[in-house]
Structure formats: C-alpha cells, structure tokens
Design a protein around this ligand. Structure first.
Ligand SMILES: Cc1cc2nc3c(=O)[nH]c(=O)nc-3n(C[C@H](O)[C@H](O)[C@H](O)COP(=O)(O)O)c2cc1C
Length: 198
C-alpha cells in the first residue's frame, strides 16, 4: 500500500513515500538491511558530534524483541506482534567527555531516527515509531543506565496486508495523510507572525 504525502511543494520521493504503517509483514529483514538503517542513524548530525543516540535492537524470536514487545502499550501490541524488528532508542543526556548536560541529545536522537527511517524507505522497508511503551519497565528489563532517556520504540519491516488489522488501526491505516500547511509553522519578524514565503 502506498500513501504518498500530498505535498504542496515538491519533496524527494523518500520523504513523500515514508509513512508509518500498522500492518507489517512477518517477513524477516536481512541483517545487512538492519545494519544499513543503523548506519544511516550513525551518520546523522549531532551537537559537538556527540552522537548521543543508542539503540536496543530486537529481531523477532530473540529476547530483545520480546522485551521491547512486552513493554509496548496494549494499543501498540495489537498491531506490532508480527513486526520483524523492534528497537528502542535512547538519548544520552550528558556529554561523555565532561559530564555536562547535552540539551540537544533528544533532538539529535530524533535526527538519527529520521535518517534511519529514510534509509528504511529507500530499502523498501517501513518504520513506525512509538511513544506508547512503558519506559521504566524497559529501563529495568534492559538495565539502561541513568542519564540515557528512553525516547521511542521503533518497528521496522515490510508493509503487510491492511485487511489483517483489527478495527482501530485499520481505519488509521486507510486514513488520508494530513499536515498543517508550511505557513502554520514558519514565522518571520516575531514568533507567530506568518513568514509569507509563498
Ligand atoms: C515519537 C513518536 C511517537 C509515536 N508514537 C506512536 C504510538 O505510540 N503509536 C502509534 O500507533 N503511532 C505512533 N507514532 C506514529 C505517528 O502517529 C505518525 O508518525 C503520525 O501520525 C504521522 O503519520 P506518518 O508517520 O504516517 O506520516 C509516533 C510517532 C513518533 C514520531
């Protein structure tokens, strides 16, 4: 199923073609492809090149996959049971060389995941990020040290058949993709004053 972004201005196919499916195929993702998407994360920009991100990577059938799955909220578990790769992203909140706060750690981790998602799109794969998981349970389960903030659970795999979904995700799967116009978030002069670029 394709859901290209109905963009108002031209964007690269990778950007327009990325979307977050609920229906995933159970087909395994090749390890080389898993490494490619993580390589894309590796090359993201970061403040002071601190690379504050880390990922727990679970492949279906292993303990890490099960641990991530067990931490998902029910609504996410409902559609994620066949996802071949489940990950958790973490942001290191201090610079390793001086222990000072890195106030861009979460920003940079998001950039790394954005790169990962575009690389996945280029490989014909899909990513669905999730805030809906029990971060404290995951911290305990995976012994994640203090100072590393759990950011998102991440599903990775091939798109599946939407007809296999239960009702709420099925409706979301088929819903049109919507965004506020560029003019609603681009300002000039003062915050809140429309930039009027068009
Ligand atoms: C940080 C983050 C957390 C999200 N959490 C969830 C979630 O818990 N469950 C879910 O079904 N989708 C979740 N999503 C997916 C968003 O709902 C989705 O990205 C958004 O509706 C835009 O759709 P698109 O990615 O298909 O363009 C999350 C996305 C992000 C980036």
């Amino acid at each position: 199923m394709d859901k290209p972004a109905p963009a108002d201005h031209p964007v690269h196919d990778l950007i327009g073609g990325r979307w977050s499916p609920y229906a995933f195929s159970s087909e395994a993702v090749a390890r080389e492809q898993v490494l490619s998407v993580l390589e894309a994360a590796r090359w993201a920009a970061s403040s002071y090149n601190a690379q504050p991100w880390s990922f727990l990577v679970g492949l279906k059938g292993d303990e890490t996959w099960q641990g991530v799955y067990d931490c998902l909220v029910d609504a996410n578990r409902a559609w994620a049971s066949e996802v071949p790769v489940l990950m958790l992203s973490m942001a290191h909140e201090t610079f390793p060389w001086n222990g000072k706060p890195n106030r861009h750690a979460q920003y940079d981790t998001g950039q790394a995941v954005a790169a990962l998602a575009l690389q996945a799109t280029d490989l014909g794969l899909f990513v669905h990020q999730m805030a809906g998981f029990d971060a404290e349970a995951a911290r305990t389960r995976f012994a994640i040290p203090p100072g590393h903030t759990l950011m998102a659970a991440i599903a990775l795999g091939s798109a599946g058949d939407p007809d296999t979904l239960s009702v709420p995700p099925a409706a979301r799967e088929r819903a049109p993709r919507e965004r506020g116009a560029v003019s609603t978030f681009t300002f000039a002069g003062q915050w809140g004053e429309e930039a009027r670029l068009a």
